[in-house]
Design a binder for this molecule. Structure first.
Ligand SMILES: Cc1ncc(COP(=O)(O)O)c(C=O)c1O
Length: 565
């Protein structure tokens, strides 16, 4: 059960997130938002110190090198990963971390008998995880359910996973949290895999890009024997800034990455070029060099790493712990879910369909801070997801729609068979919110609303209110513009517009989900209720993506940055 809302966030939003004032930001799964203090303290350090390229030996270079070392350790500590057991490789983003692991496996696989490795991935995986399969010469398998993964872990020799040699070199990857539905997947699989006699040459890659945003990662790293071999992260999704990623490597397994072929400036100790072609990879010279020294090609983003150190300090000061954030976002996502499934048209037709195999939105070990859904008209037909995003954008509510880079999740949730996916392609559909939204009455994507550490109850309630006012049909007794403050009881009368969800009584809904501070004032010009229109086979709509309000004036941000304390 979610423990509760962090009331301090209300004040934090005023003081630390003035740049969030002009709208309701609900795309934290894309990136969360940085605190003003992070930018201030980063700017302060930048203009009071001189930072050089850490590959040099001069003092400014040494300062950068020291910062990188300290922040590496600070980041591991923040994640609850002991620096004795884990190393952290700085990369551009989660995708770069995945690619680094994939490159290593591809290179090593050249030395296996059939010159390829096996790759298994879960259907909830992000596109960046799916892409690794292209290195396997066809020896990959997509697990369609958690149960299929469990069966394979229990009995790898007999499971049909398209693997010629069950004991050969392999990699199994899955997301800790679906970036589409927010569903959290079991964290026990790495341990089970490591304990399997057959799977001793199969390694685990946990994609924690979505999970780490609002989850205490010490639960992943507290015991190195149970932890994934490799864990990829996009740190901007936790802190909002800077835009860097990380690969956390279990030291006992990390040596396998050092067998990759490519080297760049910084990852070799010697290179011969004239007459002979040899080099000495730092990765193979432990303990002289640490694991990360053999994996970080080229100059690190040392200014960004400096900013990361500031971001971690500010984050701790503002929020205390990831547990607190997890409780807060769990509370909010449960509130959003309960509110959404209670919305309906005047004729009783539900307004939204939420996609998730997980029915327990109140349980943070099963559900993260995102919800995937589509909107229905009163006649049961779908509203194009791109229209929902477009209307929300016009109302100053920032959400995401489309395929959200989760092909397996999208097509299983929407009930697509392989031929239908091909038909969508042949009809001219493509990922993103500019594709064809509806083909033969079936959506090709979803709408996603996602919450972060600094989201508030009001963000959630404003969004519910927007859905109701914009898409619910038959509310002819209510003119939304006239009823900004008056007739509130009428607008939110559960008997008219809300149906209690199966698990909650209408009293609970009124007391908990339709609070007094529920307001429509900030978004008075939300769109008219859409009129039913003839259904084309292929409905293509594209948002014009014009924000309702102008962005925060640049001057203000600059002023904020310039305040050096
Ligand atoms: C679960 C998951 N994996 C991978 C990624 C890719 O992250 P990045 O674009 O930072 O490489 C994302 C981004 O949204 C994600 O949510």
């Amino acid at each position: 059960m979610p423990k509760g809302y962090n009331n301090d966030v209300e004040l934090l939003r005023q003081n630390e997130y003035p740049h969030m004032n002009n709208g309701v930001y609900l795309d934290h799964s894309g990136t969360t938002i940085y605190a003003k203090s992070t930018v201030d303290s980063f700017a302060s350090k930048m203009i009071t110190n001189l930072y050089g390229n850490p590959h040099s030996e001069n003092s400014p270079a040494k300062l950068s090198g020291d910062v990188v070392d300290q922040v590496r350790e600070k980041t591991l500590n923040f994640l609850g990963a002991s620096p004795q057991e884990f190393d952290l490789v700085f990369v551009a983003n989660a995708t770069a971390a995945i690619k680094l692991v994939a490159d290593s496996f591809r290179d090593l696989a050249e030395k296996t008998r059939d010159r390829r490795f096996w790759y298994g991935y879960h259907k909830d995986a992000h596109t960046s995880i799916v892409g690794v399969r292209e290195f396997t010469h066809g020896q990959s398998h997509c697990f369609e359910t958690d149960q299929e993964v469990e069966r394979w872990l229990y009995s790898p020799g007999t499971s049909a996973v398209n693997r010629h040699n069950p004991t050969g070199l392999g990699l199994f990857a899955y997301p800790g949290q679906s970036n589409m539905t927010g569903r959290r997947l079991p964290l026990s699989w790495s341990r089970k895999l490591r304990q399997s006699e057959h799977l001793q040459n199969t390694y685990t890659l946990l994609d924690a890009a979505a999970l780490a945003m609002t989850f205490p990662m010490e639960k992943v790293f507290q015991d190195a024997d149970r932890a994934p071999d490799f864990t990829c992260l996009s740190l901007y999704k936790i802190f909002g800034f800077p835009d860097v990623g990380a690969l956390v490597v279990r030291k006992e397994s990390g040596h396998i990455l050092t067998l990759r072929k490519y080297f760049g400036g910084g990852t070799v100790s010697m290179v011969a070029t004239l007459g002979e072609n040899w080099h000495r990879s730092k990765g193979l010279q432990a303990p002289t060099y640490k694991l990360h020294e053999g994996l970080e090609d080229g100059t690190l983003p040392f200014h960004s790493i400096l900013a990361l150190g500031e971001a971690i300090d500010v984050h701790k000061r503002l929020y205390g712990s990831m547990d607190r954030i997890s409780d807060h976002t769990s509370y909010l996502v449960a509130r959003l879910h309960r509110g959404m499934i209670a919305l309906c048209h005047a004729n009783g037709q539900p307004l939204v369909r939420v996609y998730n195999e997980n029915k327990d939105f109140e349980n943070p070990s099963r559900q993260g801070s995102a919800i995937a859904f589509n909107v229905f008209r009163a006649d049961g037909n779908y509203v194009p997801y791109s229209d929902v995003e477009k209307s929300a954008n016009a109302a100053g509510i920032y959400i995401r729609s489309g395929g959200v880079c989760n092909p397996g999740g999208i097509f299983t949730s929407l009930g697509y068979e392989p031929w239908m996916t091909e038909r969508a392609l042949s009809a001219g559909h493509h990922c993103g919110s500019h594709g064809i939204s509806i083909i033969h009455r079936l959506p090709t994507g979803i709408v996603r609303a996602s919450l972060g550490a600094m989201s508030t109850k009001q963000d959630v309630d404003t969004f519910l209110n927007f859905l109701l006012k914009t898409f619910a049909e038959g509310l002819t007794t209510v003119n939304a513009a006239e009823n900004k403050n008056a007739n509130r009881e009428k607008i939110f009368s559960p008997s008219l517009y809300y149906l209690p969800p199966p698990s909650a009584s209408s009293e609970t809904l009124l007391a908990e989900d339709l609070p007094a501070e529920y307001t429509t004032g900030a978004f008075s010009e939300v769109r008219e209720v859409p009129r039913p229109r003839p259904l084309a086979y292929h409905i293509r709509t594209a948002p014009d993506a014009v924000p309702r309000t102008p962005p925060v004036p640049v001057r203000d941000l600059v002023h904020g940055i310039a305040v050096v304390r």
